[in-house]
Design a binder for this molecule. Structure first.
Ligand code: SF4
Length: 291
């Protein structure tokens, strides 16, 4: 059973938080400490934080649609009507394009996001999944234990690793025989090193909440495009110990940018220096504030 934790303000490690911390300290500050900024109103920073991008939104839509598909399988094991499903994905794409502000448009790189073009990519990713052996296996074998499926649990995937607060939100977890399978859907480009950390995090999450031996957990990255492809990794207790050492170092590094660690109050903004790497800035939501 998933365990719940009382709220504590202390920061929690996650792959994305530490990535941001490494990428640009100023971006990290805007993402996590906007309320302490004395120069820009919090609403402005939050509005910029909310900007999406074409690759990001493609991932969001695919995740949402696959989640609905899996939840539909929970309700009924009947084969899905693929054309209706694709139609639903098309409507979702249109809705997202109408309701979201894309950074590419906001920063005038393009005039508008063409929902048809975006849907073309999404359709391709969904077709790859529906025609994969994994989908057949899910609907023919794994479904027999569907009452124990966990599909995108709420609460951001909070867990504990040797007492440290960490966040690792799984997309889809399901038991088959004596094993727990975890699948993380990807629509972007490959980054094996980053994903290894993510998969280690999922293993910790499942091991903690479901009290399962890491050897019996099979975390998988499923690339949905350009073709369906999976990367599996398996970890043991030594990998988890090693991971805990790494997370402790990374967490302490982030703590060192806090004036008050327990309350998660940051040092002065000046300490969060701007990157000098223009390539990072070119894709950053906060360009308007920095330039
Ligand atoms: S625009 Fe550049 S310097 Fe400013 S927050 Fe973004 S990445 Fe950092």
């Amino acid at each position: 059973m998933i365990k719940w934790f009382d709220f504590t303000p202390i920061l929690g490690w996650s792959v994305s938080r530490y990535d941001k911390f490494n990428l640009c300290k100023r971006q990290y500050y805007y993402d996590y400490y906007a309320k302490y900024d004395k120069v820009y109103p919090i609403q402005k920073i939050k509005a910029l934080k909310k900007l999406t991008s074409i690759p990001l939104e493609m991932g969001n839509i695919v995740h949402q649609v696959v989640k609905v598909l899996l939840e539909r399988l929970l309700k009924s094991e009947e084969a899905i009507d693929e054309s209706q499903f694709i139609d639903f994905a098309k409507r979702k794409t249109q809705e997202h394009c109408n309701s979201k502000t894309f950074s590419e448009v906001y920063y005038k790189e393009i005039n508008r996001v063409d929902a048809e073009v975006l849907f073309g990519e999404i359709h391709h990713a969904l077709n790859n999944f529906l025609s994969s052996k994994r989908y057949d296996w899910l609907t023919e074998k794994a479904i027999s234990n569907k009452l124990n499926w966990i599909i995108e649990p709420s609460r951001f995937g909070e867990t504990r690793l040797e007492g440290m607060k960490i966040y690792c939100k799984v997309d889809f977890l399901f038991p088959v025989n004596d094993y727990i399978y975890i699948i993380d859907w990807k629509t972007g480009k490959r980054d094996e090193e980053k994903y290894k950390k993510q998969l280690l995090g999922y293993t910790c999450w499942a091991s903690y909440h479901l009290e399962k031996d890491p050897n019996k957990i099979i975390p998988t990255i499923a690339y949905l495009r350009p073709s369906y492809e999976e990367v599996h990794m398996k970890f043991n207790e030594y990998d988890i110990q090693d991971f805990a050492i790494q997370i402790k170092e990374e967490t302490e590094e982030m703590y060192s940018w806090c004036r008050n660690i327990e309350e998660n109050i940051p040092q002065d903004k000046d300490k969060f220096i701007k990157t000098t790497n223009n390539k990072i800035c070119n894709y950053c939501n906060y360009r308007e504030l920095c330039r």
